[in-house]
Design a protein around this ligand. Structure first.
Ligand code: BTN
Length: 241
């Protein structure tokens, strides 16, 4: 897939660009990259700092899966990023459910999945990935975020990074549509941050839940053992309790 790349020096958000292309019936696999975003955003409408030097990319996908499975794409991209950091740069990272990539406990990358569906059919998915590569981080994010440059103490070739990302994603995406997410479950859980630790999940539809984290199940739900039972959580934001 990923054969056409649209490149912007600056745009509000590559997600917005992809969503517009999707509405115009563009096909699967268009990739939009921006050097800088003026209105980059993340999950739960948080703003996403997108200075020049980072990798700000969105992809138009039309997966043949049920709409309720679309969140698994975020898990898939998490695995892709984790693999690239390890294989290509020798950096060990952790995946904080559902889709943050952490190095030394700090966020290096985030993923957002937006979707349009009717009944049981997905029209399109806009998958956005932000990776702090060579970009400088604003002062107020420095204690919670990190860049690859900061870790390796050198500039990273972003073209190489994106090529690796698209190639790795393609093969996982193919296998995912063919055989489902189960084949990646063990890998995801082996990289999961805070596993067996006491955590709190905020947000989603319910009150905050605190308990011991067991990683995710086949459906991508986070399993938490509270005082009296196992909770399976569909969405929310995870932190150490
Ligand atoms: C998150 O951690 O909440 C997800 C962050 C996703 C950021 C990327 S950068 C490229 C794409 N364009 C956006 O506006 N957001 C995503």
């Amino acid at each position: 897939i990923c054969k056409t790349i649209k490149y912007y020096k600056e745009t509000a958000s590559t997600q917005t660009v992809v969503k517009k292309l999707a509405e115009k019936d563009f096909g699967e696999g268009i990739v939009v990259i921006a050097e800088k975003q003026t209105k980059g955003y993340g999950r739960i409408k948080r703003m996403w700092s997108s200075n020049a030097g980072g990798l700000w990319v969105s992809m138009l996908l039309k997966p043949v899966i049920r709409p309720d499975e679309s969140s698994k794409l975020a898990l898939l991209f998490s695995i892709v990023l984790n693999r690239i950091l390890e294989k290509k740069y020798g950096i060990r990272s952790e995946i904080k459910w559902p889709n943050d990539i952490l190095i030394c406990g700090k966020k290096v990358a985030g993923i957002i999945i937006e979707m349009s569906a009717e009944q049981d059919i997905i029209n399109w998915v806009a998958a956005g990935i932000g990776v702090n590569i060579n970009n400088s981080l604003p002062e107020d994010l420095k204690n919670i975020s990190i860049s690859i440059k900061e870790v390796l103490k050198r500039e990273i070739n972003r073209a190489e990074f994106i090529v690796a990302l698209l190639a790795e994603f393609e093969s996982l995406y193919f296998n995912f549509q063919k055989d489902g997410f189960k084949q990646f479950l063990e890998e995801y859980n082996s990289k999961a941050a805070y596993k067996n630790a006491l955590v709190t999940v905020d947000g989603g539809y319910n009150d905050a839940i605190t308990g011991k984290s067991f990683g995710i199940d086949e459906s991508g739900r986070l399993i938490i053992e509270t005082k009296n039972k196992f909770e399976k959580i569909v969405s929310g934001t995870l932190r150490r309790a």
